[in-house]
Design a protein around this ligand. Structure first.
Ligand code: ADP
Ligand code: ZN
Length: 736
């Protein structure tokens, strides 16, 4: 590795700041000099902002007017590998580089010197003495936050902010002893994980896969492997062996999980395997811990990090392995201020730092499946479930021959199956991918459907919260008694089922059942959700009713029946990935049944038992499904055989968005030059969100062309009127 360039005092340096300026600014190196990649603080107008020394200065700006760098932060400089990665990621996603830097430095107090810090945590007195003399609502909120994060230490400001109280409330609690204040050393390295501790004895197919992954880790080069195996086949145990090999070689490893709720179980397994817990990085971790992890990643004081997708942007000293668990999961692609797909970015980062990528899934994305078919990725298969567990039997329930009263959703066949499970002390899971009580509230007098004031979306009734909620913008309002359109009282009625309504029906049908509803909006915190999931795992529920939250990796040993209330739900809609999504989701959910020695059964209520996707799910012939789906996409020239970019224009001014859309559609020169086609402008499927009108254009290009550059040249031709935003989504996952 070449020595980083050193800039002596007064040399011109180019600094990339975290401010949205769209360019690199020149400064003079400070008294101490600085090196490429140094994290620095620089003056910008009256303020001081953070930045990174990105290269030598440009030289065009009058030297006499240049200001010196204020100070160099006491953290390791950003390595070339990360700088290159951020640039490539910015180019790929058409994101300004400063926005990428913000993602990579989302950790408070980076510049503070290490030393002692004051922290606040829950007091350890006996429960009676722990309750302060005078309990107020504000004090209760502070204690609730401390309990939610179970034992974590906070700095004063963060604790007060999370609880929504003033700092004096926290200090008042210190006097009562319910909260203790102490000096703690900050930013200590994480305990070392011991890769030499024996792991579980692996089954033969697990051992074959583990050995293949160890070999890739030993190569010290980049490579990507698809690790495919049904839920419960022991993929986690296998990739932990790749982690062990990586740690044994003195390199760092990162495991990405799609859902915070899954981390608790994973932490336990890591501790069992390696004797200590890894570093955790996600929104449920305190800022103090995040800063520690950010620093330790750079100093090599953490061996394994488990986290959400933004953990990809930590300044690792030597990253040797990235595991993307449930690689097909849609939550890897979400708006973070920056639109990126964590799976693709993992491959990009690994390629630049000689790391291996493991993509683990029971139901890989079509992109990954195709990459494995073509040999771009290696592929390892685990074909059986670990131990006694077998894949569940799959059955369709033809809804055309079931009798159901209106407003009821669980057919007689499914009811009988649930009753049998209850008699045997086994659990049933009913899956319905719809939060809330009812998706539509309609007036029986005039037919009006209650919609959101800011979006073209219907309000969803949430009966637990006693409110109507817009799932687009989050706006809520009380459930009215009279119709907002015709004013008639008492005729508003819910239409269609959500999980809450399903729970009501099930409680009537099975009055003695213990029912658990798992839906992301019903839990105040990730910790509360984890606790509930653990209870259910111990058997403290007979019937579990859940949204797609339950599809992801939780282990319920007593669960032997999965009932899918509406298997056709995802097949509607015109989304490119509708079939793929339905197939994955149904397989995932069905995989919940019979994970231990009892064989499970999955029953799919459907009105279209002959639909090709439903047939593929039932037959279990996955490869046939993928081949068919791939052939259709290839014929249509869509991903992964062609490229797509979604362009959404939005503005409060409806005329302005359509005008701009039409203007762009007339000037497609840069795009036609690369053989791309432009579709639209058309109103986006959700034509108004948060009061902004939305118009969509879709760009379809052949593979292997410079799509990003052409898109940039295309939109650069138009001037954006005030208040008009343009968002470009490369490889869009959905089209809302
Ligand atoms: P997957 O990640 O493919 O869903 P897991 O790795 O979670 O599968 O394994 C499913 C269950 O089987 C877990 O409870 C795990 O502890 C257990 N298991 C897997 N492999 C072994 C093994 N070799 N020895 C003992 N238990 C195992
Ligand atoms: Zn809304």
């Amino acid at each position: 590795m070449p020595e980083p360039a050193t800039f002596p005092e007064g040399a011109r340096v180019g600094v990339l700041t975290t401010e949205p300026l769209g360019r690199i600014l020149d400064y003079l190196a400070p008294e101490t000099g600085c090196t490429l990649g140094d994290f620095v603080e620089v003056p910008l107008g009256p303020r001081r902002v953070m930045g990174v020394v990105w290269g030598p200065g440009e030289g065009s700006f009058d030297r006499a007017k240049l200001r010196p760098v204020t100070r160099v932060l006491d953290v390791p400089p950003m390595r070339e590998e990360l700088r290159v990665f951020l640039s490539r990621a910015a180019d790929y996603t058409l994101t300004p580089l400063d926005a990428m830097l913000r993602v990579a430095t989302r950790s408070p107090g980076l510049g503070e010197a290490p030393g002692l810090r004051r922290v606040f945590r829950r007091g350890f007195q006996t429960p009676t003495r722990m309750t302060p003399m005078r309990m107020t609502e504000a004090r209760e909120r502070v204690l609730a936050v401390l309990d939610d994060y179970g034992g974590a230490a906070f700095q004063l400001g963060e604790l007060a902010a999370l609880a929504g109280v003033t700092t004096s409330v926290v200090k008042g609690l210190v006097k009562t002893g319910a909260v203790i204040e102490e000096e703690a050393p900050r930013d200590l390295p994480y305990p070392t994980l011991d890769p030499d501790r024996p792991g579980k004895a692996l089954a033969p197919d697990q051992e074959t896969a583990a050995e293949a992954l160890r070999a890739t880790a030993r190569s010290g080069r980049y490579g990507t492997t698809l690790l495919k195996g049904v839920t419960g086949s022991g993929k986690t145990e296998v990739y932990l062996e790749a982690v062990a090999e990586c740690l044994a070689r003195g390199r760092q490893a990162l495991v990405l999980l799609p859902e915070i709720a899954l981390t608790a179980d994973f932490l336990t397994r890591v501790e069992a395997r390696f004797g200590a817990q890894p570093g955790e990085w996600h929104s449920g971790v305190t800022q103090t811990e995040r800063r520690r992890l950010w620093r330790m990643a750079g100093e090599g004081g953490v061996g394994l990090v488990v986290g959400a997708r933004s953990a990809l942007f930590l300044p690792y000293r030597d990253l040797g392995l990235i595991v993307v668990d449930e690689e097909h999961d849609t939550s890897y692609k979400q708006e973070d201020g920056v639109l990126y797909n964590a799976r693709d970015m993992a491959v990009l980062r690994a390629a630049g730092c000689d790391a291996q990528v493991v993509l683990a899934s029971a139901t890989p994305s079509l992109e990954t499946w195709v990459n494995a078919q073509s040999g771009k990725y290696a592929r390892l298969d685990l074909t059986t479930r670990f131990g006694e567990a077998q894949m569940p039997e799959m059955r369709a329930i033809d809804m055309r021959s079931e009798t159901l009263a209106p407003g009821r959703w669980v057919g007689p066949t499914l009811q009988t199956a649930i009753a049998e499970r209850m008699e045997r002390g086994e659990q049933s899971l009913l899956f319905l991918n719809r939060r809330g009580y009812a998706p539509v509230t309609v007036c029986r007098a005039c037919g009006h459907q209650i919609g959101c004031d800011h979006c073209d979306a219907r309000m969803v009734e949430h009966r637990f919260q006693k409110r109507l909620v817009c799932h687009q913008c989050g706006e809520t309002k009380p459930i009215p008694t009279a119709c907002p359109s015709c004013g008639v009282e008492g005729r508003l009625a819910p239409v269609g089922p959500g999980v809450e309504r399903l729970a009501e029906e099930v409680a009537e049908t099975f009055p003695n059942a213990r029912i658990a509803v798992l839906s992301s909006d019903l839990f105040g915190s990730a910790r509360a959700l984890k606790a509930r999931i653990a209870e259910i795992g111990r058997g403290e529920a007979d019937i579990i009713i859940g949204t797609q939250l339950v599809a992801k990796g939780h282990n319920f040993p007593l669960l032997t029946l999965v009932g899918v209330i509406d298997a056709d739900l995802g097949l509607q809609g015109s989304d490119l990935r509708a079939a793929e999504r339905t197939f994955q989701l149904m397989r995932q959910v069905s995989g919940r049944a019979g994970r231990s020695e009892r064989r499970g059964v999955a029953m799919l209520q459907t009105w279209q038992p002959d639909h090709p996707v439903i047939r593929a799910i039932l037959s279990g012939d996955e490869e046939a499904f993928w081949r068919e789906e791939a052939a259709q996409r290839q014929a249509a020239g869509v991903p992964p055989f062609g490229r797509l970019a979604g362009v959404i224009l939005s503005s409060p001014d409806v005329q302005a968005v359509f005008d701009l859309g039409a203007d762009l559609a007339r000037r497609t020169g840069p795009l036609t030059a690369i053989g791309a086609q432009v579709f639209g402008p058309a109103p986006a499927p959700i034509a108004r969100v948060r009061g902004r009108h939305r118009v969509r254009l879709l760009v379809k290009a052949p593979r292997g062309v410079a799509l990003q550059a052409a898109l940039a040249a295309w939109v650069a031709q138009v001037r954006l009127p005030a208040n008009l935003r343009i968002a470009i989504d490369i490889d869009p996952q959905s089209f809302y």
